[in-house]
Design a protein around this ligand. Structure first.
Ligand code: IPM
Ligand code: MG
Length: 360
């Protein structure tokens, strides 16, 4: 197969981890007889430095015309970086919000699971961790508080700020359909998370998800309030299979889910629209404090490349090969510093990339 892949290395550790994922993709292409062409574009702080904005329309156009996009991370230190002195719409993260909206990437899949080899890094009590967990959060990504009107104004001499939380029925329906489809391919257990005891948007959310659920009688649908969900995630994460929720709740819960897996550096994500085009990125950030030191863990980005092959290019065998190589590397005790423990072999970013390639 021929595929056009756009790479967005971004800021901080982004260029290093995307560099390794690119080598893995090149190796997969050679090994399985595909031709992947790569185009790199700037987004985030590096684009601000070059063009004065976090994502230019020209670069967005290049991304739109590709088959899939692989992103490292954007952003810097929010207290020290000059990027955060700019007005909000010119900051690094605005580039990410722009590409999500422009490509209508409304379904954000964030898997979280506990690798048995990394169980000792799990911060949960051993009797909870030992049950293991394997869940995926489907986060609505192009609506809600992130894209509602916002302003800060003086009202009667009092500075007042407003952010608008808005959801329409079709926006809820399309992400619910995606979540049910994913549940059908997994354990057919879907938990929809909202705050229906307080919010109108949540009451609409619950109604629309239930309607969609009638089309999927095999899937067990449960509603859970977001505060309860955050508690259940640390109390018994093994109860979760697929979780579907709105943008802000999904942002928060997915950080919690990745933390309990003990390994931020291991988790991938996919942001999908109605077409095959998707944006794939590690769940962690740009970690500017360790940029350029060859110690960042590239596995989350390499696993995101596997998701890219599976969801955008339908290359399941190739995706399996990458995922198996990652499991094998862990079994062999090869670790970057973030997941290293006594008795394992410590390697850097580049060496980890090579170790993966050797096992594909
Ligand atoms: C994420 C990040 C982004 C978000 C930030 C960087 C805008 O936290 O992808 O979860 O809030 O969506
Ligand atoms: Mg987040």
């Amino acid at each position: 197969m021929n595929a056009k892949i756009v790479l967005i290395p971004g800021d901080g550790i982004g260029p290093e981890i995307v560099g390794e994922a690119k080598k893995v993709l090149e190796h997969v292409a050679a090994r399985f007889g595909h031709t992947f062409s790569f185009t790199e574009i700037d987004m985030g702080g590096c684009s601000i430095d070059k063009y004065g904005e976090p994502l230019t329309d020209e670069n967005l156009e290049i991304a739109k015309n590709s088959d899939a996009i692989l992103l490292g991370a954007v952003g810097g230190n929010t207290t020290t970086s000059p990027w955060y002195k700019l007005e909000p719409k010119l900051r690094p993260e605005a580039g990410l919000l722009k590409i999500r909206k422009a490509l209508q990437l409304f379904a954000n899949l964030r898997p979280a699971y506990l690798y048995p080899e990394l169980a000792s890094a799990c911060p949960l009590r051993p009797d909870i961790a030992e049950k293991g967990f394997d869940l995926v959060i489907v986060r609505e990504l192009t609506g809600g508080l992130y894209y509602g009107d916002r302003w800060t104004r003086e009202i009667d001499g009092v500075t007042t700020a407003v952010d608008t939380l808005i959801y329409s029925e079709p926006e809820i329906r399309r992400v619910a359909v995606k979540a049910f489809e994913i549940a059908m391919k997994r354990n057919k257990n879907l938990i929809s998370v909202d705050k229906a005891n307080v919010l109108d948007t949540s009451r609409l959310w619950r109604k629309v998800v239930a309607e969609v659920g009638r089309e999927y009688p095999e899937v067990k649908l449960t509603n859970m309030l977001v505060d309860s969900c955050s508690m259940q995630l640390v109390h018994d994460p093994s109860q979760f299979d697929v979780v579907v929720t709105e943008n802000t709740f999904g942002d928060i819960l997915s950080d919690e889910a990745s933390e309990i897996s003990g390994s931020m550096g291991m988790l991938s994500s996919a942001s999908l629209n109605e077409s095959k085009l998707g944006l794939y990125e590690p769940a962690h950030g740009s970690a500017p404090e360790i940029a350029g030191l060859n110690i960042a863990n590239p596995l989350a980005t390499i696993l995101s490349a596997a998701m890219l092959l599976r969801y955008s290019l339908d290359l399941d065998k190739e995706a399996d090969a990458i995922e198996e190589a990652v499991r094998q590397v862990l079994r062999d005790g090869v670790r970057t510093p973030d997941i290293w423990s006594e008795g394992c072999t410590k390697v850097g970013t580049k060496e980890m990339g090579q170790e993966i390639i050797r096992r594909i």
